[in-house]
Design a protein around this ligand. Structure first.
Ligand SMILES: Nc1ncnc2c1ncn2[C@@H]1O[C@H](COP(=O)(O)OP(=O)(O)O)[C@@H](O)[C@H]1O
Ligand SMILES: [Mg+2]
Length: 489
C-alpha cells in the first residue's frame, strides 16, 4: 500500500505543478495513418476537439485522448500525412462558415463546396460542437411549423423549436416526408438544412433535384457526407448542419434541420470509436452513443428574444428493421425527441400514403403550437379516427355490425381518404382547416370515398384565394363551405 500512497503523492505533485495553457512549442509526430484517422505521439497538452496541423498544412481533429497518444480525425482527405509527419497545435476548434451565402449551396461537413461553385463567402462562423442553450435562453414551443402534410399538421402537429423523430423501415417514405416538409416552407420564412449522411451519390442527387425543382433549394443548405466518406466525416455531418442552422437561429431566424439519417450516423460513430480503440458496449456501440445524439438534438430549441429569438426545429430520421422500434438506437432517439412520426410498411403496401401509423405517432409539445381553431377541429377528428381504427379490426372477422358502428366505420374510411396525400403537394393550412370543418360537420359524408381526393383537388383549385382566415369565426367558415360543397352533395 505504501507504493500506492507514493504514486498518489507523485500524482498530487504533478497536478499541483500543472499549469493550464497551450504549449505552442510542443511538437508531435504521427505514428500511423489509416481509415481517415491518425495516431499521434508527443503533444501532451492537446485538448479534446482541438484542431492540429500537420507538416503538409492539412488539419486533424483530436477525437481520442489517451495517456501516451492521441487519436486524430483527418480533416483533409487529400492530405499527405504519413507516419513520422510532424504535428503541431493550433488551439482552434472546428468551425463552419454560416450565413445567407450558404443558401442554395451543397457543402461537406467542413463547409467546402460540393456543387462545383466557388466557396461560399460566409458572414460569420459557428463551432460544430457547442453546449446547447441553457433553459433561461429558451422560450417554450408555441408557434406552429406547418409541413403541409395533412395527417401531420392535423393529428401530429409540430412546433417551431421541436425535435420530431421520423421513424420507419427502409422505403416507407421517411426521406419523402422530410423533403415535403422542406418544400412546404416556401414563403414561411424558415431556412432549411438537409444533412445527408452516408447516402449514395445517386440518392443525394435525387434529393437535390427535388429541392431544386420545387424552388426549395433557394432557402436550403445541403450538407453531404456521402457513403464513401470517412467515418469521421459522417460523424461530423449532423453537427455541421446544426451549426449552420444555429448561425441563423442566433440572428432571429426560424430554421428546420433534417438529419437523414441518424441510424447511419450511429454506425459511423461506432466505426470511428472502434478505430480509436474505445471499448465497445451494447451492439458494439461505444458507451456514449446516447450522449452523441442527445447533445446534437438538445441544440434544437426556440431561443428567447434577448438571445436571438430564432428557432431550430429538428427532424431526425431513424431507420428500423422489420418495424422494430424497440431496438437500441431507435429507443434512444425516441426518448431524446419530443415525439415521433411512425411510418409503417404495411400501410405503405396498402397504399395509405403517407404511411403514418397514427396510434403509434405522438407529438408531445406540438399541440401547444396549434392554432386554437385547428386544435379544436383536430381534436374531434383524432378521436373519430382512433375509434375507427379500433372498430375496423372487428370488420375483419365478418361480424355483423350495428348500424351506429357501420356508420362510424364509413365515416372513418372517408377520413382516411381525406388524410391521404401525394408527395410534393403541400396543402396550405387554410385548406386543411376547411376540410376538417367540412368533415366534422358531415358535409362530405355523401361523397364516394373513391372520388373524394379528386373532388377536393378540383375544389381547391376553384376556391383558391377565397378562404377565410384562420381567425375567422366558425360560422363564416361553415357558410362558405356549405356554399361550395352544397352543389357537390
Ligand atoms: N406520399 C407518398 N405518395 C406516393 N409515393 C410515396 C409517398 N411517400 C413516399 N413515396 C415513395 O416511396 C418510395 C420510398 O420513399 P423514401 O422517402 O425514399 O423512403 P425512405 O426514406 O423511408 O427509405 C419512393 O419511391 C417515394 O417516391
Ligand atoms: Mg430515406
Amino acid at each position: 500500500m505504501a507504493s500506492e500512497a507514493g504514486v498518489l503523492e507523485r500524482l498530487d505533485n504533478r497536478v499541483a505543478r500543472y499549469r493550464f495553457g497551450l504549449r505552442l512549442g510542443e511538437q508531435g509526430r504521427v505514428a500511423s495513418v489509416g481509415d481517415g484517422i491518425a495516431w499521434v505521439y508527443g503533444l501532451p497538452s492537446a485538448a479534446a476537439e482541438e484542431i492540429l496541423r500537420f507538416e503538409d498544412g492539412s488539419r486533424g481533429l483530436v477525437f481520442e485522448l489517451q495517456a501516451e497518444r492521441l487519436g486524430v480525425i483527418l480533416l483533409d482527405p487529400a492530405a499527405n500525412v504519413t507516419s513520422g509527419s510532424l504535428v503541431s497545435h493550433t488551439g482552434e476548434r472546428l468551425e463552419i462558415g454560416v450565413g445567407d451565402a450558404l443558401l442554395g449551396r451543397v457543402i461537406d461537413p467542413l463547409g467546402k463546396p460540393l456543387d462545383g461553385l466557388a466557396p461560399p463567402e460566409p458572414d460569420g462562423v459557428c463551432a460544430l460542437e457547442v453546449p446547447s442553450p441553457p433553459i433561461i435562453a429558451r422560450y417554450s414551443v408555441s408557434r406552429p411549423l406547418y409541413t403541409g402534410i395533412k395527417v401531420i399538421d392535423i393529428l401530429i402537429p409540430i412546433g417551431r423549436g421541436q425535435r420530431q423523430l421520423i421513424i420507419g423501415d427502409s422505403g416507407t417514405g421517411k426521406t419523402s416526408l422530410a423533403l415535403d416538409s422542406i418544400i412546404s416552407q416556401a414563403g414561411q420564412q424558415v431556412n432549411c438544412v438537409y444533412v445527408s449522411i452516408g447516402q449514395k451519390r445517386s440518392e443525394t442527387a435525387l434529393v437535390l433535384d427535388i429541392l431544386r425543382r420545387h424552388g426549395a433549394l433557394a432557402y436550403t443548405t445541403v450538407v453531404v457526407a456521402e457513403a464513401t466518406a470517412t467515418p469521421g466525416m459522417k460523424y461530423l455531418g449532423p453537427f455541421a448542419g446544426c451549426a449552420v442552422a444555429e448561425g441563423w437561429m442566433r440572428r432571429g431566424k426560424d430554421t428546420l434541420v433534417v438529419y437523414d439519417d441518424l441510424t447511419t450516423h450511429a454506425r459511423a460513430y461506432r466505426e470511428l470509436s472502434l478505430l480509436m480503440h474505445r471499448p465497445p458496449g451494447r451492439e458494439a456501440y461505444p458507451g456514449d452513443i446516447f450522449y452523441l445524439h442527445a447533445r446534437l438534438l438538445e441544440r434544437s430549441t426556440r431561443l428567447a428574444a434577448d438571445h436571438g429569438g430564432g428557432s431550430l426545429t429538428a427532424l431526425p430520421i431513424v431507420e428500423t428493421e422489420e418495424g422494430q422500434i424497440a431496438a437500441y438506437i431507435p429507443t434512444n432517439l425516441i426518448s431524446i425527441t419530443d415525439g415521433q412520426i411512425y411510418l409503417d410498411g404495411r400501410l405503405f403496401a396498402a397504399g395509405i400514403l403517407p404511411a403514418v401509423d397514427v396510434p403509434l405517432s405522438v407529438s408531445r409539445i406540438g399541440g401547444k403550437a396549434q392554432h386554437p381553431r385547428i386544435k379544436e377541429e383536430a381534436g374531434r377528428m383524432k378521436l373519430d379516427y382512433l375509434q375507427f381504427l379500433e372498430l375496423e379490426i372487428f370488420t375483419r372477422f365478418g361480424t355483423k355490425l350495428e348500424t351506429g358502428t357501420a356508420a362510424k366505420i364509413k365515416r372513418g374510411r372517408l377520413l382516411r381518404e381525406i388524410l391521404k396525400q401525394e408527395r410534393m403537394s403541400p396543402l396550405p393550412v387554410e385548406f386543411q382547416l376547411a376540410w376538417m370543418i367540412a368533415y366534422n360537420e358531415g358535409l362530405l359524408d355523401s361523397l364516394d370515398p373513391k372520388e373524394l381526393t379528386a373532388r377536393l383537388r378540383v375544389l381547391e383549385e376553384q376556391v383558391k384565394g377565397q378562404l377565410p382566415s384562420l381567425d375567422a369565426g366558425r360560422d363564416e367558415w361553415l357558410a362558405k363551405l356549405r356554399s361550395w360543397l352544397g352543389p357537390m352533395t
